[in-house]
Design a protein around this ligand. Structure first.
Ligand code: NAD
Length: 368
């Protein structure tokens, strides 16, 4: 037994959970297992200083459990800083369900997952992410109140993706203003990678503004639908990152800016919805800065969805949601300018502001 464990350690070079590279002082990590429904999930609670940890549930056919754990650790951490920089009184959390959302997601599995969420008594509040739909959150709502993103006819704010897309559009415009002196995206060549819930809505905003939009996705049917609906061009090449473009909008999964892609990227601006776009925030953030590519930090510009679900908790109306989401433009311009003035990466500039807010609240709480 000990031989097996130590050889496993040699392979991994790290302790199983707290020693993971992505572990960042997370408060709690919950492994959920249910034999009857086949549920295997991990809930990551990164930080609850500003409030309950709110973040969506992703269902994905992970290559292995390490990949799932790594994802939930990175995603929950990102949520902490996203809510902090957006001025919401929420902490950061996220959940992943291991499996194929198309074939393995059942109402029983979702209800069982909801029971695990409920057992945390509100410390973690869930919502939808990749592989989840509003109806799935409605199912979770049957067993716990600690869920957002439920249908409007059930008292929720509905699918957050259109609002997320609007926020990304605002962040992209802000980056254009910073780079080109104008926020007008007409005629800009923009590659949208991933045209799911958020990507499609983003394509709608961009084509309405007259941008030259190129779309890429693994799903061919979807590509054709979105092309026909908005007049976008389907990408036909085999090196998207190396293509000449003005703006690259990553809207699929994270870490597409990594050691193998970063040197090929030709864009002036990177602004998209995907969480954790930089495989390594420090290293790849610095590389983009060196190459003069403006990176609009993902956790800053994709906050529309969290604003939308937060509205469910606070009772905001639609106009307040849109106002707060529109504000992403101003915050992004401020952060990009601040990064330039202080000669730091845009990721670092955004991160420092978010962290300062959490530290201030932590001091307040300690003084009580
Ligand atoms: P989605 O599942 O609806 O869409 C993802 C799309 O990406 C799918 O069409 C999928 O086929 C495609 N895709 C997956 N891998 C790909 C690849 N290698 N190349 C090209 N396409 C690929 O998800 P979504 O809700 O649109 O979210 C997209 C991203 O935005 C995710 O990273 C998510 O975490 C992030 N995000 C979403 C929200 C939201 O409100 N939905 C909020 C904040 C962040």
């Amino acid at each position: 037994m000990s031989t097996t464990y130590s050889s496993l350690q040699q392979v991994l070079h790290e302790d199983p959970v707290f020693g993971q590279l992505s572990f960042d002082g997370h408060e709690q990590i919950i492994f959920c297992n249910d034999k009857d429904t086949g549920l295997k999930a991990i809930i990551g609670i990164h930080n609850t200083v500003l409030g309950p940890a709110l973040g969506g549930t992703r269902m994905w056919n992970y290559e292995n459990e390490w990949a799932a754990l790594n994802d939930v650790l990175r995603l929950s951490r990102g949520m902490t800083y996203k809510s902090a920089i957006t001025g919401l009184n929420l902490g950061g959390g996220k959940a992943v369900i291991i499996g194929d959302a198309k074939t393995q997601k059942t109402p029983e599995l979702m209800r069982k997952f909801g029971e695990f969420v409920h057992s945390l008594s509100g410390k973690y509040i869930t919502a939808e992410d990749v592989g989840m739909a509003t109806e799935d959150m409605d199912t979770v709502r049957e067993v716990t109140p600690y869920v957002t993103g439920i249908s409007q006819d059930k008292g929720g704010a509905g699918n957050p993706s259109p609002i997320t897309a609007y926020g990304v559009f605002m962040g992209m415009k802000a980056a254009a203003k910073f780079k080109y002196g104008s926020d007008i995206l007409e005629d800009k060549r923009i590659y949208v990678e991933g045209i799911g819930n958020v990507g499609e809505n983003l394509v709608e905003y961009l084509t309405q503004e007259g941008a030259d939009v190129v779309i890429a996705d693994l799903n061919q049917d979807r590509l054709e639908q979105v092309r026909d609906k908005y007049g976008a061009t389907i990408y036909g090449g085999d090196d998207l990152y190396g293509e000449q473009m003005d703006i690259y909008a990553p809207c699929a999964l994270g870490a597409t800016i990594n050691d193998s892609t970063i040197h090929r990227i030709q864009a002036d601006i990177i602004a998209g919805a995907a969480n954790n776009q930089l495989a390594n925030e420090q290293k790849h953030g610095a590389e983009l800065m060196k190459r003069g590519i403006v990176y609009a930090p993902d956790f800053l510009i994709n906050a529309g969805g969290i604003i939308n679900v937060y509205a469910e908790l606070e009772g905001y109306d639609r106009s307040e949601i849109m106002r707060k989401t529109e504000n992403i433009f101003t915050t992004t311009v401020e952060i990009l300018n601040r990064a330039k003035e202080n000669n730091v990466t845009t990721y670092q500039a955004a991160f420092e502001i978010a962290k300062a807010r959490i530290d201030a609240r932590r001091s307040e709480l300690a003084a009580i």
